[in-house]
Design a protein around this ligand. Structure first.
Ligand code: NDP
Length: 525
């Protein structure tokens, strides 16, 4: 009797709104990874030599494929991540489409070789150019919170630059990973150029061990450190997009109605599970009472529910453990003097992962809520005397991803931005720069290193190669053999000529010229 083989090794596609598993997705086995990387490397050889126009055309097809598949994509993102439909559309689908559109259009400009003008007279007769070449195979390890926007943004950039990709999507969003694979197949990318591998940290580790040419990691600080160590062992370069603890500074002249709406959205969108979430809000004392009242009034109107309900504002957390974490963070904050102004409760009546949007006052740096990444729907507010105190407190964090400043005075906003330790600062907006294709994203310190998005992110996907063509190919160079005493004297004249003042230049010009017209002493046959 034939028995049906059921793979014991699958990843459940779990719905955080209901706690149900809708299907099981096959895991990749760790021993398969090196073969996948090797195959990707073979395909990449042809892909990198394809013309930029042809590559742009495939990217355009990808854009059309994403657009045509958007309903299925949105349904899956909502089901696996729990976020409201609107957020899946504005964030995951928009970023995927816009990244494909951006690279399809801008690839010729981004890859154009750049002339490198030489300032030194020693190099004036050489013509230098920088050209950009792909690394080879990029290993991408991705988080679950934007299961399309983050991996798609990085994969598209990598292949646009001429690389192949092996991407491990999160075990929390395996169906999204499967759909990403399908998008690249349907758009007509060469087989095995983009490879999605599925599994947990073991697969991530196996991917790093398979020696891709570069690793892009998005995830927590804890895992980021392990990834950095593993990459360092192989001298594999890495980009680390890690956690954030973003500050929002509300100055007394800000439009409080707008700023309070922004504070709620910045803290609660994606149920607060955003690396760029507003996690520490600093408001100037003179307007704090009104600002807090507005935040609380508005927070009470937000609708908590499943992302499939079109009127839901805030969806569930990703897993029940996160609900427990929110309770612990709030208990710690309250034991140190914070007050819950609204929310603060789990909602098991709605499902296993729901937690009320919460506004907390009198938060401060003694609390876990201000020290650790919250990654949940908690708006924690501290009142400050003035902008100087706000800046000092905002910078008092190991994280440095992004921040926002709210003021009627844009110039003052810009000045404050220069004093904030962060990879990006928005004046009168929060988070949305992530969806601007030209804007680089990334931080420093505990928030990681390197950049994704924008030109800076594109440059992470290519190796600059400097090509230099000599203008005097028929002449031996002054600094070649044989070395003599007179060459030493001429070199000294040259340094005086090159770096001295006007008088020195006049005095040493003749000597310096001797370096150029020197006899190398080899004699002529
Ligand atoms: P994790 O660090 O838990 O996981 C990130 C990825 O790494 C997952 O795919 C995970 O696999 C994988 N992984 C786990 N262990 C290893 C290992 N030893 N070697 C290689 N890979 C491994 O983060 P989350 O997925 O929970 O994402 C949330 C975090 O990501 C937050 O801290 C958030 O701030 C950060 N983040 C940062 C962003 C940024 O751009 N700066 C953007 C979005 C999120 P698996 O989970 O499948 O087991």
């Amino acid at each position: 009797m034939a028995t049906q083989a059921i793979s014991p090794d699958v990843l459940p596609s779990y719905n955080p709104a209901t706690g149900e598993v809708s299907e099981n997705i096959p895991r990749t086995q760790p021993q398969e990874i090196s073969g996948i990387v090797a195959r990707a490397r073979e395909v990449e050889e042809k892909w990198r030599s394809m013309s930029i126009a042809d590559r742009s055309q495939v990217l355009n097809r990808l854009k059309q494929t994403i657009l045509a598949a958007r309903n299925e994509l949105v349904d899956t993102v909502v089901r696996e991540s729990g976020k409201p439909r609107v957020e899946a559309l504005f964030a995951d689908i928009f970023v995927s489409l816009d990244t494909a559109a951006y690279y399809a259009k801008n690839l010729p400009k981004l890859l154009r070789a750049e002339r490198v003008p030489h300032h030194s007279s020693a190099a004036k007769l050489k013509s230098g150019k920088l050209q950009y070449e792909p690394f080879g195979v990029i290993g991408i390890i991705s988080s679950w919170n934007y299961p399309l926007a983050i991996p798609m943004g990085q994969i598209i950039c990598a292949v646009a630059a001429g690389n192949a990709v092996v991407c491990k999507t999160s075990e929390f969003t395996p169906k999204c990973g499967e759909l990403i694979q399908k998008l690249f197949c349907d758009a007509g990318f060469p087989q095995h150029l983009v490879n999605i591998v599925q599994g947990d940290g073991e697969i991530g580790q196996a991917l790093i061990d398979a020696l891709p040419d570069k690793v892009l990691f998005t995830g927590s600080v804890r895992t980021g450190k392990r990834v950095a160590e593993a990459c360092a062992r192989n001298l594999t370069p890495s980009v680390l997009e890690l956690g954030g603890k973003d500050a929002m500074i509300v100055l007394a002249d800000a439009n409080l109605d707008v700023a309070s709406s922004a504070a709620l959205w910045g803290s609660f969108t994606n149920c607060g599970q955003v690396c760029l979430s507003v996690e520490r809000l600093f408001v100037e004392r003179e307007i704090s009472e009104k600002f807090l009242r507005l935040c609380v009034e508005k927070a009470k109107t937000l609708r908590l529910g499943p992302g499939t309900d079109s009127t839901t504002d805030v969806g569930p957390l990703i897993r029940p453990q996160q609900v427990q974490r929110m309770k612990e963070l709030i208990a710690d904050a309250m034991s140190r003097g914070a007050h819950v102004l609204c929310g603060g409760q789990a909602r098991p009546d709605l499902g296993p992962c729901f937690f009320e949007p919460t506004v907390i006052a009198s938060a401060d740096s003694s609390m876990r809520l201000f020290q650790e990444e919250t990654f949940g729907p908690i708006l924690a507010i501290q009142i400050v005397a003035d902008s100087d105190e706000a800046i000092q407190r905002a910078n008092d964090s190991p994280f440095a991803l992004s921040a926002s400043v709210w003021t009627a005075d844009n110039e003052r906003g810009r000045q404050i931005a220069t004093r904030l330790r962060a990879g990006a600062v928005m004046v009168n907006d929060a988070i949305s720069y992530f969806a601007i294709a030209e804007a680089p994203h990334g931080g420093c310190s505990a928030s990681g290193w390197g950049r994704t998005h924008g030109r800076a992110g594109f440059l992470e996907m290519v190796q600059p190669k400097y090509v230099d063509v000599d203008g005097l190919s028929g002449k031996e160079k002054p600094w070649w053999y044989h070395y003599t005493e007179s060459l030493g004297a001429a070199a000294d004249d040259f340094l005086n000529f090159e770096f001295g003042g006007v008088n020195a230049k006049l005095r040493h010009a003749r000597g310096a010229l001797r370096t150029f017209f020197r006899d190398h002493g080899f004699g002529k046959k």
